[in-house]
Design a protein around this ligand. Sequence first.
Ligand SMILES: CC(C)(COP(=O)(O)OP(=O)(O)OC[C@H]1O[C@@H](n2cnc3c(N)ncnc32)[C@H](O)[C@@H]1OP(=O)(O)O)[C@@H](O)C(=O)NCCC(=O)NCCS
Length: 224
Amino acid sequence: MVGKVTYLNYQGLQEGKLLNDLTELYCQLWEYDPNFGEYLKCPICNKYYSHEWYLLNKTVIKSPCCNSELIPAWPRSTTRQMILQQSMDSTFVGFILIDDNLVQGFSWGMVFWNYEMDNRFGQGTYSQIFSANKDALGCFYLKELGVSRLVQGNGYGKGLVKAVFSETKRLYPSYTSALTTHPLSKSVGIYTKIGFRYIGDIPKVPDRVAYGIPKVSEIQLDGM
Ligand SMILES: CC(C)(COP(=O)(O)OP(=O)(O)OC[C@H]1O[C@@H](n2cnc3c(N)ncnc32)[C@H](O)[C@@H]1OP(=O)(O)O)[C@@H](O)C(=O)NCCC(=O)NCCS
């Protein structure tokens, strides 16, 4: 890995160029990623429409789902506020990757109480992980992982995951950990390599799968 992975926290992330650049990368990643395809959104049912769909259907004024006008899936100013707010969580652990003076990747997460995880994943999904570690005070939820499409495949994703979980192993070794992703995301290979296992689909969201591990201390970062 050639880029510099930098620790992020609420002191490091404030209004300014870094936050703007991170927001731009974050939005573009979900907008153009072929799996997520979150370019436009229906304001009524929240269904996403990909950039490919947009190119083919530019002339269609109303959405096929609710006959409503589509809106940008990732508006910059609300997304910037969302990122800033997440970074202020007292349990936030986050890293960004800077390469060639550009923000090229990010990964972060935070602790959720156990009861919040079943709400997030759907009844019963998280309980598999929790039942294997009932003493865990909470769950470190890996909320985000993304690397610019221009530099994917160079080990950055693994580097970011390693950075986040090295810190998490220090801070929350006895907690559970969980995450959601797209079943076709390259991230699945990274997560399973370090010990996460598939725990279920997310009933509330199509094309999302949940992975988890009963104890953060069991995450294997050596030899990634
Ligand atoms: C997932 C993502 C962060 C990976 O970043 P990356 O820098 O390309 O990843 P790396 O170069 O570190 O590769 C890591 C692993 O990905 C997997 N991988 C890489 N290329 C792959 C491919 N073409 N097909 C399937 N898996 C692949 C492998 O497991 C690889 O590990 P290995 O080289 O030891 O075999 C990046 O693809 C991305 O941002 N995708 C869109 C957003 C996303 O899916 N985020 C995660 C879910 S929230």
